[in-house]
Write a protein that binds this ligand. Sequence first.
Ligand SMILES: [Zn+2]
Ligand SMILES: [Zn+2]
Length: 384
Amino acid sequence: MIHGLLHFSFWEMVLTTLVMTQITVISVTIYLHRCQAHRALELHSSISHFFRFWLWLTTGMTTKAWTAIHRKHHAKCETAEDPHSPVAMGIKTVLFNGAELYRKEKQNKETLERYGQGTPDDFMEDFYVKHSMLGLGIMLALDIILFGLPGITIWAVQMMWIPFFAAGVINGIGHYFGYRNFECPDAARNIIPFGFLLSGEELHNNHHTFGSSAKLSYKWWEFDLGWGIIKIFSFLGLAKVKKLPPKLISNPSKQTIDGETLKAVLLNRFNIMSNYSKDVILPLLKKEKNKIDSGLKDLLIREKSLIDQLEHKKLVFLLQKQKMLNLVYQYKLSLQDIWSRTSATQKELLDALHQWCKSAEESGIEGLKHFAQRIKSYVTHPVS
Ligand SMILES: [Zn+2]
Ligand SMILES: [Zn+2]
């Protein structure tokens, strides 16, 4: 009894615990998050059933509740209605009480009905919801039978893993510390570029930018373990990827603005903004670096809606002294304004894009001119 049926050594137990917690993380990211909440891929029913069963054993979380709370997080991000925003609630609350926030929101019937649509509604789900504690009890019994008394510690680690790493670290740190590839309208950040321990969930800024993508890595140097597993499932015919992040494709011989240019621009607006910072704003900042306040760079690049009133005043004040930088910043805002016009017709958007490119080419700023020329070359599919 003390050693359990497996008679594992200490390190064998550590390794087995890590493997089991990793399977739980994979179940959350692939099944609950990418498949159910965002419909980024379809899974074979055998895989879905395994993930649901494993989540019942190791977390007690059910598909509808998790999916609904997560969809609400995306819909109400960083507002008072966001179920777990460190920006609205403070980092300590989300990092250390993430599981409690989840439990509280689970009681909100309106959240479940409004955001939980399309999740499994079968006999098994009914069973998992009604007997959510039974799964945890079975896991405890299994841990003790297999590992003996240390099984209690293994079980405790399993129980803490998701509340701390998913509810705390991803929902807290992922909206607080790290780097941003894209200026999405919320505070999401990539914690580290290697999505190994949390199977790609570390790449939270990429995810909030391209929410419906099955792949969470974007740059060539970023790694998403969850995506690697999805590729293996796809190869075995057990998964079907529905969506991936858009790619900015250029045809250098194309120098006209047409419907395809507009489509490519709207689809790739985050990549375009990221390129605008890299190719237009930063080179100009580099040139003027001796005359510029150190805080200006961050404010020039940051998404407009994430700049508070005080910072906005500072930005306006600093730009008064920087004519060229002020000009490229105004061009950035007017380009963003094109894709925020939700009620405009295609013709109005095309005219606006045409006008923006023409004016940018005539601005006398070399970086801006080349950027406008590149916009004209964008296409939706590679030229064969
Ligand atoms: Zn988030
Ligand atoms: Zn999500």
